[in-house]
Design a protein around this ligand. Structure first.
Ligand SMILES: O=C(O)CCC(=O)C(=O)O
Length: 287
């Protein structure tokens, strides 16, 4: 760690790095004001959404996959609305599953807590804590409301980062649209992982017992790129707003593959949190 963080101790980091649960919850990472402003802005964005203009609703007779793919693939430098599978058009909060993908660039409130946030910069300098993987990304997930077992709190499969290597990737297909590409040789676990650790991880993952992580508004969850995680359907009467983004290594230290669905544009290149990588964390698969 390059500098002490008042909300995250080295002991806490060490516990995560040596345990089977490869994610890290930082309680109260966002201040009350930050959390409220993100939540209020999210609700404003929902209010601004006009379902009748959404291409997947407007062009009901056209090729839905094509329209949907274009709407998604060209959203990297825009603020767009992605609908739930069984979207009810009456209730926008229920119909919209996600708003993205350039909130952190285009929306001043989101920009402030993402790109102009000293706490986040300091956290990113926490060398070795939760580094990113070559083929995946380090997830930052922030609860904007209370997350409970019935409103879609995240859960994680202990040991899965060791036992379930990434075998496929979501790509832009040469003929247009998106699909999954099989990885021929997923990275093996590091040679210094002991047999005992592998055995414990494998037993734990095969039990399939996910650990649910209830969160309070403002809590941050850092998610290792290989750990299996999910959230169940929100069956409650309560919304569960969350803000999430991912970090990757950047040029000249790493090349962004042209097959990745998200592509920087000249008008909107990827923003940097750090000017230079933290030595040994760069593009190193960490298990
Ligand atoms: O918010 C969710 O339900 C899932 C988020 C997630 O999986 C992620 O940010 O990686």
């Amino acid at each position: 760690m390059t500098q002490p963080l008042e909300y995250l101790s080295q002991a806490h980091i060490d516990k995560v790095m040596t345990g089977l649960l490869r994610y890290l919850v930082v309680r109260g990472f966002l201040s009350h004001d930050q959390t409220s402003s993100l939540l209020a802005r999210s609700k404003d964005l929902l209010d601004e959404f006009t379902p009748e203009d959404h291409p997947l609703i407007k062009f009901t007779t056209s090729d839905k996959d094509h329209v949907g793919d274009d709407y998604f693939l060209n959203s990297g430098d825009k603020i767009r609305y992605f609908l739930d599978e069984d979207a009810s058009r009456q209730d926008k909060a229920k119909a919209v599953n996600k708003i993205g993908h350039a909130l952190h660039e285009l929306d001043p409130v989101f920009r402030k807590v993402t790109l102009e946030n000293d706490r986040l910069k300091a956290l990113s300098q926490t060398g070795g804590a939760v580094p990113e993987h070559n083929d995946s990304a380090l997830g930052f997930w922030m609860a904007l409301e209370k997350c409970t077992p019935t409103n879609g709190a995240l859960s994680f499969l202990p040991g899965s980062h060791l036992t379930t290597p990434i075998t496929k990737r979501f790509v832009r297909l040469p003929g247009g649209g998106t699909g999954f590409e099989q990885l021929t040789a997923p990275p093996p676990p590091p040679s210094d992982t002991s047999e005992k650790t592998m055995q414990i991880a494998s037993e734990s993952a095969s039990e399939g017992k996910y650990v649910l992580e209830a969160c309070e508004p403002g809590d941050l969850v850092l998610i290792h790129g290989s750990v299996l995680h999910k959230s169940e359907r929100n069956t409650s009467a309560h919304t569960r707003f969350a803000y999430t983004f991912h970090m990757i290594d950047s040029p000249p230290y790493a090349k962004h593959d042209e097959k990745n669905w998200l592509q920087p544009t000249e008008a909107m290149p990827f923003s940097r949190i750090l000017d230079a990588p933290i030595g040994n964390t760069l593009s190193t698969p960490i298990y």
